[in-house]
Write a protein that binds this ligand. Sequence first.
Ligand code: FAD
Length: 251
Amino acid sequence: MQVIIGCDGVNSVVASIVGLNSSRHFSTCAIRGVTHYQTLHPFGTAFYLFDKDGVRLGLLPINHNDVYWFLTRKLTSTDSMVSKDQKLIKESTVEAIKGFPNHITEMINNSDVDSLHLTDQMRYRAPWDLLRTKFCKGTVTLAGDALHAMAPFLAQGGSASLEDAVVLARCLSQNMGIALDPTGMKAARAALDQYAKERKMRVFWLSLETFVVGTMHDTSALLVELRSWIILTDQRRSYHLEKLIWRIELD
Ligand SMILES: Cc1cc2nc3c(=O)[nH]c(=O)nc-3n(C[C@H](O)[C@H](O)[C@H](O)COP(=O)(O)OP(=O)(O)OC[C@H]3O[C@@H](n4cnc5c(N)ncnc54)[C@H](O)[C@@H]3O)c2cc1C
């Protein structure tokens, strides 16, 4: 019996075997880094989000001395070159946060250069593609970003991938007892069919939400407000962070 589960990420080659089109990319890039403070950092344990002129900066303390942060901004034509040089990543980040509060500028200036990473191709799976395709062909299927590339906008790509794994394992175990199936092929096909049916609407809605939020990223103030509301509502629903999130709109 041969089963292929394509977990090969946003540029999946297995996706084309099951009939999905290539993933598409947003015009936004993401920069991530870590800053170490010799003494206590000023952020306590809260998750902060800052928004200014289409630049979003989020930060989450790891412990009393280390802070993880991320920034999203519009992609520029030089970003693929910038992404290869961590010093340039830092320079472009300092440039992007002009006008942010001093403690944010300090955090970026003091970030660990080795920790910096720029993702210039943030990709998504077109939701309508998922509706028209079964994403399972014989004993070939997909899981994780290969199925539902989601970029970071909902912060749920990782957990959605784990959901895939749990549902797939359950479908396989439920079908493995199929009688009169010496090769196991019938059982595997039934399991993958069941998996595709169970995941279809879940990954469709996640991909739709990602598409809408990502597309709004560089649009009008009203849409940015709506996008922030969707993200915060989603995060609150998922992680019960009501009392932990501070969101700051900068003029
Ligand atoms: C900037 C950014 C921030 C994010 N932040 C969050 C977050 O806060 N929370 C969250 O839950 N998610 C987040 N995500 C999404 C999360 O990273 C992904 O959803 C998750 O990594 C998907 O896991 P995966 O195993 O499906 O794919 P990947 O992690 O992409 O792994 C795919 C693997 O397959 C390998 N591969 C590819 N092609 C082949 C091949 N032909 N042969 C062999 N191997 C191959 C690749 O090398 C890679 O190791 C973020 C994404 C981005 C871009």
